[in-house]
Design a protein around this ligand. Structure first.
Ligand SMILES: Nc1nc2c(c(=O)[nH]1)N[C@H]1C(S)=C(S)[C@@H](COP(=O)(O)O)O[C@H]1N2
Ligand SMILES: [Mo]
Length: 351
């Protein structure tokens, strides 16, 4: 794994950083530690000139300034666990060439904004509507197609899925890299749905066939398989790597005795019902103790006591959600490298 990382992959990895796994200790991820994924360039947006436009299959076309949105009295704040669909991609063999995430493309921020549903209701969605399209202000070329980053959601998800139009992150104005002045946050869905630098919302009467829905973000067995769309987050548990790291390999050194393992687990398919840990590379498992999440879309903290005996160990953890989904021992390959949730493995020397 990791062999032959190309200059292009390194270039992406240097722009788009992950959350260092020790930051799993923070229930709310500090802004600078939240992972970051930007397909093109971070746009520079003039907040005075900016407007959010809502049109398409609606009875009233509406527009709001940033002040309009910020001065409304229906803003809510919710902690939402966001994870990139490509998290785990660089663990696949062969490695699909894109942003080479290992395990760290996750964060849990407190987002403040207006429920999307309220704005859709004000514009009155017309008969025949099936999807809602969200178009960002960022532009680029991807797969040979020049585009603004844009993604659609099924109408029922847009209306009833708890989506927010967020203008603040952890109580501060959205920073440029996370979507200033306004972004969508879709709880439970992989990060690609949460369009940043939002410019327009368009209610559609036919499924969107643009690049980010029809070509990217599909689970494909091969490049020419049309595949299935990537939607909700598969369950995953991660642990704070215990002890201290070796600088280069990041192997851990832990003192013998009782070690309190801790981490977070999340899923977009239902609440976390079980977290298990293994100290022998997944040969035997035992139950960890899940705690209480800060909200319905916020990750679940967990702890597990480990009696560390001198020698070499491989620590693992895995989550199971209320839908019965769990994590595989071995990676599941697909051409885009999406939704790979094979269990975390941490090499530990106990001394
Ligand atoms: N406009 C726009 N929105 C976007 C993206 C983008 O490149 N442009 N990246 C998406 C992807 S793939 C992810 S995983 C999340 C990352 O959000 P974050 O950088 O705030 O963590 O934003 C999504 N929204
Ligand atoms: Mo992503």
């Amino acid at each position: 794994m990791g062999d032959g990382i190309s200059r292009e992959e390194l270039q992406l990895a240097a722009r788009n950083h992950g959350m260092p796994l020790e930051a799993l200790a923070h229930g709310i991820t500090p802004i600078g530690l939240h992972y970051l994924l930007v397909h093109y360039d971070i746009p520079v947006v003039d907040p005075g000139a900016w407007r959010l436009r809502l049109g398409g299959r609606v009875e009233l076309e509406l527009a709001w300034s940033l002040d309009d949105l910020r001065s409304r009295d229906d803003a809510v704040t919710a902690p939402v666990t966001m994870e990139c669909a490509g998290n785990g991609r660089a663990r696949l063999e062969p490695r699909p060439i894109s942003q080479p995430w290992l395990l760290e493309a996750v964060g849990n921020a407190a987002w403040t904004g207006i429920p999307l549903r309220n704005l859709l209701d004000e514009a009155r969605v017309a008969d025949g509507a099936v999807e809602v399209l969200f178009t960002g202000l960022d532009r680029g070329v991807e797969g040979g197609v020049e585009q603004r980053y844009a993604r659609s959601l099924p109408l029922e998800v847009a209306r009833d899925g708890g989506a927010l139009l967020a203008f603040a992150m952890n109580g501060a104005p959205l920073p440029p890299q996370h979507g200033f002045p306004l972004r969508l946050v879709v709880p439970g869905w992989y990060g690609m749905a949460s369009v940043k630098w939002l410019g327009e919302i368009t209610v559609l009467d036919a499924p969107y066939d643009g690049y980010q829905n029809a070509r990217a973000y599909r689970l494909r067995a091969s490049e020419d398989d049309p595949g299935e769309p990537v939607t909700r987050i598969e369950p995953r548990a991660l642990m704070v790597p215990p002890g201290i790291p070796d600088f280069l390999t990041r192997r851990r050194f832990v003192d013998a005795g009782l070690v309190q393992l801790r981490g977070r687990a999340w899923s977009g398919h239902g609440e976390i019902v079980r977290v298990e840990v293994s100290a022998d590379g997944g040969a035997t498992w035992r139950e960890a103790e899940p705690g209480v999440p800060a909200g319905p879309h916020s990750w679940t903290p967990w702890t597990a006591a480990w009696e560390a005996e001198p020698g070499e160990h491989e620590l693992c953890c895995r989550a199971t959600d209320a839908s019965g989904r769990t994590q595989p021992a071995a990676a599941r390959w697909n051409a885009g490298g999406y939704a790979n949730t094979d269990v975390q493995r941490i090499a530990v020397t106990v001394r």
